[in-house]
Design a protein around this ligand. Structure first.
Ligand SMILES: Nc1ncnc2c1ncn2[C@@H]1O[C@H](COP(=O)(O)OP(=O)(O)OP(=O)(O)O)[C@@H](O)[C@H]1O
Ligand SMILES: O=P(O)(O)OC[C@H]1O[C@](O)(CO)[C@@H](O)[C@@H]1O
Ligand SMILES: [Mg+2]
Length: 534
């Protein structure tokens, strides 16, 4: 297999040094806190000097178009590190498993729909326990932080990182960083033990608290160093993963033996590459309650219209899946599918037609849908939250008002509209059973990767197999509903709503679809999260 670091000529092996089962157990270093591992580029131990590394993606290419988008490993920038036998091999629970350790050469294909002559395409390193680890239990000081908005399952991930570290690897020292990234510079942390986190998965929210903004790279890494932390688990959405990547780069620049592991969290399901994000299923389920209420209200009254707003800033996955799941929805509006109100093919015409046919209707709207419409009329200034995310207009309220105005002023039809905004109620629930299992796998995969010396990665299922995905890949783009894909067509055929598309849009979008083929939302339904032993 040929191996390259992107355009550079450096040759790299698929196996990280020390992960080879034939390698000899190297002696324990005395103080293996994060400062012991500063090395010069030439491999000499030099005490404290800083190591400046090139930030190039780690790409390995092989035969027939095989590409591995690999994740960083300590051994990339710290030579001659000691490795240890994985304590799992003596764990009674896992000793029954035939082949528990993941082969170091195992990778996971991003694209599983192929033709006879297709190139093998992009792969990611398979997640799971390795035979050799880069930490001894008593030397680990892990920390966990949650950032960004709430999402069902945050507490489950926290619980399972703590329990995974403790029960699988014997790690006792885990600190909770409170209130998101800015918690790194506050004085107190919360000690986390299997006992203290035992019941937290039954609660919504995050026991650690969360926040937006306040990411200061140098202060965060100083705090990590000062506290002697050597494994950092960062749970959060797209912004958080970008912040994690910046922290990882700074840690590498300082030559520290500190893992940065990202666990993707987003109720919007807007993180690319992974099959879906945790909490998404729980959110879709909870949205059913609001849609049911809207349906009951609307069908109980003449010309009743129920409008339900769900979350989804730039990606309309919750709206799309909640609509498909419910079957009571007559129109679903998402950010990816621009719509218009007036004239032939517009929303008002469709509402009138639907009410005449059926006497009532339900509209589900994602919060980011049609944002340009209220902005045009209200002419508001774009405002941002503390993280720099654009603050949205309440499109649910706006569209409800537009529909009311239209039917009272320009149509002879008297309507009864009820607007339901369950957005924060959906986000604040505890995760359901299947999300709990998914959260467990994510947490355990992150722990295995960290113990094995991988860093700078986000963990997640790719085609059902948990994988380590480099930050740069995760941070490249956002996962969005592709409106020229089959899944959106299924929705259109289920609701019978207009597509609001003109032929020109379809042609332009088909070009996009080819580019985004691998992250099509078809993947989301056709792939199950695999609960196999990775
Ligand atoms: N480009 C960036 N570089 C460094 N830090 C960032 C960056 N973008 C966001 N962050 C930090 O990440 C944290 C979370 O970001 P944000 O509020 O955008 O939420 P998120 O992680 O995207 O989650 P969600 O949008 O699902 O609620 C914030 O503390 C923010 O300062
Ligand atoms: O009001 P907050 O907490 O800033 O969060 C709102 C945003 O967070 C999200 O739930 C993402 O976490 C978006 O869907 C929503 O726009
Ligand atoms: Mg975000």
């Amino acid at each position: 297999m040929d191996s390259v670091y992107s355009s550079s000529s450096a040759i790299m092996s698929l196996k990280p040094p020390g992960s080879d089962s034939n390698s000899v157990v190297t002696p324990r270093s005395g103080g293996s806190r994060n400062s012991f591992t500063s090395f010069s580029g030439s491999g000499h131990k030099v005490g404290s000097p800083r190591v400046v590394m090139e930030n190039k993606p780690k790409i390995v290419v092989g035969d027939n178009g095989y590409v591995l988008e690999d994740v960083p490993h300590f051994s990339d920038y710290i030579p001659n590190l000691p490795t240890y036998t994985n304590p799992l091999q003596d764990n009674h629970a896992y000793s029954v498993v035939k082949q528990y350790f993941v082969n170091v050469d195992d990778t996971v294909a991003q694209n599983i729909v192929v033709h006879k002559n297709s190139p093998r395409g992009i792969h990611f390193r398979r997640a799971g326990p390795r035979q050799r680890v880069y930490f001894e239990a008593e030397d680990v000081h892990a920390c966990i932080v949650t950032c960004g908005g709430l999402c069902p399952g945050l507490n489950t991930v926290i619980r399972e990182i703590v329990c995974g570290l403790h029960h699988m690897y014997g790690v006792k020292k885990v600190s909770g960083i409170t209130g998101g990234y800015k918690g790194f510079y506050s004085r107190n942390t919360i000690p986390l033990t299997p006992k203290s986190v035992n019941d937290i998965h039954k609660r919504g929210g995050t026991i650690l608290g969360t926040s937006r903004g306040g990411h200061d790279k140098s202060k965060i890494v100083d705090s990590i160093q000062d506290r002697g932390i050597n494994q950092v688990y960062i749970i959060g959405g797209d912004g958080t993963q970008k912040g994690a990547s910046v922290i990882y780069e700074e840690i590498k620049r300082r030559g520290l033996k500190v893992v940065v592991a990202g666990i993707p969290k987003t109720i919007d399901n807007d993180i690319p590459v992974i099959d879906k994000s945790f909490g998404f299923d729980s959110a879709v389920e909870e949205a059913q309650r609001a849609i049911n209420a809207a349906h009951v209200e609307s069908e109980s009254i003449e010309n009743g219209i129920g409008v339900v707003k769900v979350m989804g800033r730039n990606s309309g996955f919750i709206a799309m899946y909640a609509t498909l799941a419910s079957r009571d929805v007559d129109c679903c509006l998402i950010p990816e599918s621009p719509f218009y109100l007036e004239g032939p093919g517009g929303l008002f015409e469709y509402i009138e037609k639907r009410l005449k046919e059926n006497g009532h209707m339900v509209i589900v709207i994602a919060e980011g849908a049609g944002q340009e419409l209220p902005s045009e009329s209200i002419n508001s200034m774009a405002k941002q939250d503390a993280s720099g995310n654009k603050l949205l207009q309440d499109v649910g309220l706006w569209i409800s008002q537009q529909i009311k105005d239209h039917f009272s002023k320009r149509s002879k039809m008297a309507i009864n509209l009820k607007y339901i905004d369950p957005t924060y109620m959906i986000r604040a629930i505890p995760s359901n059973g299947s999300d709990n299992v998914y959260c467990t796998l994510l947490a355990q995969s992150a722990v295995h990767g960290a113990m094995a010396g991988y860093t700078g990665f986000t963990v997640g299922p790719v085609n059902g197999r948990h994988s380590y995905i480099p930050f740069h890949t995760i941070n490249e783009k956002q996962h969005k509903v592709v409106i020229t894909d089959r899944m959106w067509a299924r929705l259109l055929s289920s609701t019978n709503q207009p597509s609001f598309l003109r032929t020109k849009d379809v042609i332009e979008d088909k070009g996009d679809e080819e580019i985004q083929e691998h992250c099509s939302d078809d993947n989301l339904v056709n792939k199950e999260i695999s609960y196999t032993s990775n």
